[in-house]
Design a protein around this ligand. Structure first.
Ligand code: ADP
Length: 459
């Protein structure tokens, strides 16, 4: 705004200086009067096509003189009158560029207009940017690119609980007939990569409703109030598209306990959280919108979020057990041609603690390794490679290890292997290697037949 004012001022000043001759402008009759009154002593005449531009000095009775300019139409009498009144006359050749002079004021008007239009546009666009900031960044995926419960494995309990949500969306009346209120918020809690987003998508896919997803961190902006209006906009979109699923990933980014943190909290975040609470309360059960949220930090959430009527259903999505892992690997290996020597059950047993995302990555790494070696199928060795890479890091083939050290390492690992083999309660031996990987110079791997949660004394 300030710039545009400065520009306008400059334009006006330029126009004035362009026009400023410091002299008085006379009309034709005043000029003739002044001549006949003897107040004009000398003039300079510049003729053009239709008349004369005349400059000169005008003397008043108190002898002060003022410069003047005038324009008179071509008049034969002019020279006669001037000579009668003894005015000394100087004539100049017609001036070129007089067109420019004539156009002068218009040019300035045009420039001024252009500057004005330019800044108005800028302001409108700026306004647009502010408006778009206030919009939520929710991504809509239509029910077409369908993900269903078949694509999720290893989280059976969560699937069962969410099956109920699918039914709420499909047949809301069935539940409301007996006076029940359909829950509006479901919170999925669990470590990263365990399939929370995937589950939320699958709910939408199963129920055949649109899926809006947004990350909690999308609400956190520098400007106070933006987050809150994004929340409002998100829920508005949800209501317009009902029945649908609204999914808020990383809820902890907005849902952290209020009044916590350095400096007594964060105004913007609190405002956003308040708005979220208000919107959740404002939902009527028959709106047909169900809000799913995911977090891996349920401990930091504001308790207000979890009270009944808001995210009152909490579903734990944990890392899969051995059977779950096998199924997840099977899902991701659907499109991968497997060699006959691959035992997915064994891969699952060898990957305790892996999340769904890590298992998906494992299958991908194995496929990439096979493709890199121009093989047609993915072998057991590819899976081993992928697993070791995931567990311990890449093989360090270039690490310089002296022959002596390698020998010592071999004895050491052979010791592990021998004991693993001989001790009755030990887990079955899986692999021994002295190929350095990550920070280990060699490893002996034993794979338990089942995931173990406790250890007995003999073990
Ligand atoms: P989260 O939201 O819990 O961090 P995601 O749902 O984004 O995890 O999972 C990332 C990817 O990992 C998914 O797209 C999917 O390919 C894979 N994945 C994770 N969990 C599972 C699972 N239980 N079953 C099948 N695939 C899974």
């Amino acid at each position: 705004m300030a710039t545009s004012l400065v520009l306008v001022a400059v334009a006006i000043l330029a126009y004035r200086s362009f026009n400023a001759t410091g002299s008085q402008r006379l009309d034709q009759s005043s000029f003739y009067d002044a001549v006949t009154e003897g107040r004009v002593k000398e003039v300079t005449i510049v003729p053009d096509a239709i008349g004369f531009e005349i400059r000169g000095t005008l003397h008043s009775h108190d002898t002060s003189a003022k410069r003047f300019t005038t324009y008179v139409l071509a008049d034969r009498n002019l020279t006669r009158i001037l000579s009668e009144e003894r005015v000394s006359v100087k004539a100049e050749a017609p001036r070129r560029g007089s067109v420019l002079r004539l156009l002068g004021p218009w040019i300035f008007l045009v420039i001024f207009g252009a500057v004005f239009v330019f800044f108005m546009r800028r302001m409108q666009q700026g306004g647009g940017q502010v408006l778009s900031l206030r919009r939520s960044r929710a991504k809509l995926s239509s029910p077409n690119g369908k993900i269903t419960f078949k694509d999720v494995a290893g989280v059976e309990e969560a699937k069962q609980e969410l099956q109920e949500v699918v039914e709420f969306l499909e047949e809301p009346d069935k539940f409301q007939n007996l006076g029940g209120k359909i829950p509006t918020g479901v919170l999925l809690m669990g470590p990263p990569g365990t399939g929370k987003t995937l589950l939320a998508r699958a709910v939408a896919g199963e129920a055949g409703v649109p899926f809006f997803s947004v990350s909690g961190s999308d609400f956190v902006e520098m400007f106070v109030g933006i987050g809150a209006s994004r929340v409002r906009d998100l829920f508005e979109q949800g209501r317009k598209n009902a029945p649908c699923i609204v999914f808020v990933d990383e809820l902890d980014a907005v849902g952290r306990q209020r009044g916590a943190g350095v400096g007594g909290g964060h105004d913007e975040r609190e405002q956003t959280l308040n708005q979220l609470l208000v919107e959740l309360d404002g939902f009527e059960s028959n709106d047909g919108v169900i809000v799913l949220a995911a977090t891996n930090r349920p401990d930091v959430l504001d308790p207000a979020l979890l009270r009944p009527g808001r995210f009152d259903r909490q579903i734990v999505v944990d890392r899969p057990d051995v059977h779950g892992r096998e199924e997840i690997i099977r899902i991701h290996a659907r499109k991968v041609p497997l060699n006959v020597d691959v035992e997915l059950g064994l891969v699952a047993r060898g990957t305790p603690g892996f999340s769904g995302a890590e298992l998906a990555n494992l299958v991908n790494e194995a496929a990439l390794n096979a493709a890199g070696q121009c093989r047609e199928t993915v072998t057991r060795a590819d899976f081993e490679h992928a697993k070791d890479k995931g567990l311990m890091g890449s093989a360090r083939r270039s690490l310089v290890v002296s022959e002596e050290e390698r020998r010592a390492m071999a004895y050491h690992q052979a010791g592990h292997a021998l004991l693993a083999h001989l001790l009755p309660e030990a887990d079955p031996l899986h692999k021994v290697t002295i190929l350095p990987r990550g920070r280990a110079l060699g490893t002996t791997q034993q794979i338990p037949a089942e995931d173990r949660h406790t250890a007995s004394r003999p073990y």
